[in-house]
Ligand binder design. Structure first.
Ligand SMILES: [Cu+2]
Length: 130
């Protein structure tokens, strides 16, 4: 009986350690994924279906690059269309050619919805955190 008890305790320990390791691995993966969004993936692409990603979270001071895969001009700009006055600097201020790259550095924290000024039904939002 005593042997069985020891075995059960060891099984319990083994299960607990396994669960803890699993939680640790999942937490690490989620943390790294979040890091990707904030620190590595700072690109928004206007595709045929719309902006990809349409929602992006970056740290204040991050530069986000806007490009398009659609073979036509585009014009990223902050809302509201057509005045762009929620974040006037967040505006390419002219039509960009399809092979142009436009970058903007977000120095103000907040939620910044934007659109393609040429086709204003293409929309997205950049969340800038401190
Ligand atoms: Cu506009």
């Amino acid at each position: 009986m005593r042997g069985t008890q020891v075995f059960d305790n060891m099984s319990l320990t083994y299960i607990l350690v396994s669960v803890l390791l699993f939680v640790l691995v999942v937490t690490s993966v989620l943390y790294l994924k979040k890091g990707d969004v904030q620190d590595v993936r700072k690109q928004i692409i206007l595709e045929q279906q719309g902006f990809q990603p349409s929602e992006l979270t970056v740290k204040k001071g991050s530069t986000v690059t806007f490009t398009t895969t659609a073979a036509r001009q585009f014009w990223p700009a902050s809302n509201l269309h057509p005045s762009h006055d929620i974040y006037p600097d967040f505006d390419a201020k002219r039509p960009l050619e399809s092979d142009e790259v436009w970058s903007f550095t977000f120095n103000t924290a907040g939620d910044w919805p934007f659109h393609d000024h040429i086709r204003s039904y293409y929309v997205g939002v950049v969340h800038v955190i401190e």
